[in-house]
Ligand binder design. Sequence first.
Ligand code: SAM
Ligand code: SF4
Length: 346
Amino acid sequence: MPIQVDVQPDATTGESRRQLVDRFGRVHTNLRLNVTDRCNIRCFYCMPVENVRFRPHHEILTFEEIERFVRVVADLGITKLRLTGGEPLVRQHIDQLIARLVQVPGIDDVALTTNGILLGEQAQSLKDAGLTRLNISLDTLSEATFERISRRKGLQRVLDGIAAAQDAGFEKIRLNAIAIRNLTETEIVPLARFAMDRGLELRFIEFMPLDADGHWDHEQVLTGAEIRSMLEREFGPLAAAPRANASQPAVDFEYRDGRGRVGFINPVSEPFCGDCDRLRLTAEGQVRNCLFSIEEWDARALLRGGADDEQLAQLVRDSVGAKRAGHGIDNDDFVRPQRAMYQIGG
Ligand code: SAM
Ligand code: SF4
């Protein structure tokens, strides 16, 4: 089928801003930037247990290259960025990159996802650099379970990092928890209480087949519906919360008595591909149109090969134009991507 991509004036605002629209009418406004494939822990659902082969530094995009790419896609209609990895806080001077990206015309939101270990040291500089939102991954409040998951010690540093982020004045802090059957069931209610007590939003995420060791099994997926039942048994019925925007992957609920919210990101049991608005750039400059994409578009070759902005823009349009309707995890012909989560950027 010939690839069709529309880049058209914004229909809702009437502004002349362009849009990146794919074959299924999905407008792309969100870019996930993987700023490094390195990490200071080794979560089993993401990284290999040992012999991790990180990309050499010269292969990783420089801040200048990332900023140029962002300027090009902002002109195509990308408005929101999320820095991720690997662990974005192990990238040296990440606050300087944030300070550059918040200045790019058209970009109105720069967020970051972190494991929290280095937040104690960096929360204030991230805030000062202009970071708008922070997601912190926290799957457990038990040091033993933390070690089983991440193959490293460090829970207390994460907890200290969360406190530091609150002290630094971040308002929109969200905790992300992966739920795994036969491992984290006992963590669900304590995590919910922890978030409630601290005024943090909590979202549970289903385990996806993106672990480097290739051990993912459908049986390990503790679904959002199951977690919701566990929470309702403890806290009473949850009420569906209004959706902030159609493309948000999470379905949010409110506790009774105004005790806050909890959300579920259910990519396995309830795929939300129909509303996807995301593109990805890997640390070494490959554009991906899906977490599960098996194809990539080489932006680094253009960035380092003297290409002009229009050539870069065309590469991004090509990628968006080739986007499939859905990830197809449950299809018989599903092919796992070659890359694991830490190489793509969650
Ligand atoms: N290192 C940072 C962190 O852990 O928050 C950012 C990168 S990490 C890849 C981004 C998010 O992806 C984390 O919330 C992590 O829990 C999630 N993640 C990693 N592997 C996953 C998998 N196989 N399925 C679902 N989520 C996963
Ligand atoms: Fe590191 Fe994040 Fe992957 Fe865990 S999920 S190994 S913290 S990149």
